[in-house]
Write a protein that binds this ligand. Sequence first.
Ligand SMILES: [Zn+2]
Length: 129
Amino acid sequence: MPDSRKSEERGIPVNASLEARLRAHAEQTYPDECVGALLGHGDDVREVLPLENSAADRRTGFALTAREYLRAEAQAETRGLEVLGLYHSHPDAPAVPSARDAAVLRSFRRAVIISVRAGVATEVTVTAS
Ligand SMILES: [Zn+2]
């Protein structure tokens, strides 16, 4: 798996093909924020799972219902994986976690934020804890 090895060397826990899927999801939901789960093992993200954003204002935030989050956990378990974290997009804003993001994402090992400018995914920020 040259992609994942290269990613590890850069300290980025998402390989190029997964990153391409995250970018595509972020572009599809523009100008709304997208949200999804990062599934994997340990420190290694193996799959991404798009989820339904249930925020009242999806242009400026994301939210998951308990039911949707449980769906992600069930999908992970079916594949022998765990939910390592979440990804979401920032339409026309930098890929920098807001204060609210930081609070929500603190409980996860991995978080990815994709900035989308005028419908095109630009920078991608990955945090690991
Ligand atoms: Zn955010």
